[in-house]
Design a protein around this ligand. Structure first.
Ligand code: NAD
Ligand code: TYD
Length: 350
């Protein structure tokens, strides 16, 4: 079996669900179930004995050690993290605790487990660390896209904590020989994303007649990748990646935020006509330290592993919007009191 951390979150749950479309191998899913973790993401696996869910914190080393010894996974995919830049600005402590200390503890547990394995299993074991393009910092309009050798220059507490975790993973390979792989991916979107991030927040607000809050001048650029394409890339790197290597993953879909929101409004207009959604767009005060542009050069993973994205931005965004329209119960459940508290904290004074 494989072990997944953070498998009740957005990307992790999509990864777990899709895994079983491709393989019959079991998954041990360890998740703390923070505000971002949601077991209803995995409801369709309720009676599937291949999926074993354990509510646990990656910082709880005794628990993780016991689970590794009991289930003997052949690989570990590390998704668990605090993942929202705006929350890291309001309260960085959890980001340090989970993303840095948690990854360190997980590496320590994994190293002890890996060393206990027979030679042959040590050689095939993999620790795949799921990271972000934000570790590379911010690009100017004409700069070349991030490659795997771009120097790290993180600017937010979130990206700094992810950068620190990437460095620890790298060090465990160089120092102890732990067979690691690291992926740095651009902005994901798709089903089951918590509506604090740009695209699901805009869907929720558009449908409920609320303002669509764009930070600053709306000209910040992100590269967007459909979550299913990211999951396929992770499966490909797990199967064919070279240990100790880093792979950048991107969608070849650079867009300004204002263009993203206009495209989304157009799609919603077709799927749920009746309102002119663009009329809800409002510009609000910029995010502190807001990175201007991210762009990914994904030629390494394409040329050495043979992965490339299948969805275009419009096809992926249409699938995403349709999913949110079809899953009102999911949306109502996650937009609860604690969600509203965050929205009030972030947007009330704007
Ligand atoms: P998410 O916030 O939706 O999910 C994170 C999951 O981790 C949640 O289920 C949460 O309960 C769990 N978790 C948090 N702290 C934990 C802890 N201490 N122990 C165990 N579980 C814990 O995040 P996501 O968007 O699915 O991102 C997953 C990973 O991918 C993260 O490492 C993130 O940095 C990386 N990533 C995300 C994006 C993106 O656009 N969302 C892009 C590139 C990389
Ligand atoms: P986000 O989804 O938070 O991802 P990240 O900060 O990791 O790139 O934000 C994507 C872009 O959208 C980013 O430039 C900030 C911007 N944004 C807004 O303009 N308004 C919003 O309400 C949010 C959440 C984000």
């Amino acid at each position: 079996m494989i072990l997944v951390t953070g498998g009740a979150g957005f990307i992790g749950s999509n990864f777990v669900l899709e895994w079983f479309h491709h393989y019959d191998e079991s998954i041990l899913n360890i998740d703390k179930l923070t505000y971002a973790g949601n077991l209803s993401n995995l409801a369709s696996l309720k009676d599937d004995t291949r999926h074993i869910f354990v509510r646990a914190d990656i910082n709880d080393s005794a628990r993780v050690d016991a689970l590794l010894a009991q289930y003997q996974p052949r690989a570990l995919i590390h998704f668990a993290a605090e993942s929202h830049v705006d929350r890291s600005i309001h309260g960085p402590a959890d980001f340090i605790e989970t993303n840095i200390v948690g990854t360190f503890r997980l590496l320590e547990s994994t190293r002890a487990y890996w060393r206990s394995l027979p030679d042959e299993k040590q050689q095939t074991f993999r620790f795949l660390h799921v990271s972000t393009d934000e570790v590379y910092g911010s690009l100017g309009a004409d700069d070349p896209a991030f490659s795997e050798t771009t120097p790290y220059a993180p600017n937010s507490p979130y990206s700094a904590s992810k950068a620190a975790s990437d460095h620890l993973v790298r060090a465990y390979y160089h120092t102890y020989g732990l067979p690691v792989l690291t992926t740095n991916c651009s902005n994901n979107y798709g089903p089951r994303q918590f509506p604090e991030k740009l695209i699901p927040l805009m869907i929720v607000n558009a449908l409920s007649g609320k303002p669509l809050p764009i930070y600053g001048d709306g000209q910040n650029v992100r590269d967007w990748l459909y979550v299913g394409d990211h999951c396929a890339a992770i499966r490909a790197v797990l199967a064919r990646g070279h240990i100790g290597e880093v792979y950048n993953i991107g969608g070849n879909a650079e867009m300004t935020n204002i263009d993203v929101v206009h495209t989304l409004c157009r799609i919603l207009q077709e799927l749920r006509p009746g309102k002119i959604y663009t009329e809800q767009i409002t510009f609000i005060k910029d995010r502190l330290g807001h990175d201007r542009r991210y762009a990914i050069d994904a030629s390494k993973i394409r040329d050495t592993i043979g992965w490339r994205p299948e969805e275009t931005f419009v096809s992926g965004l249409t699938r995403t919007a349709r999913w949110y329209l079809d899953n009102e119960a999911w949306l109502n459940a996650v937009t609860d009191k604690t969600y509203q508290q965050w929205i009030d904290l972030r947007y009330a004074q704007e």
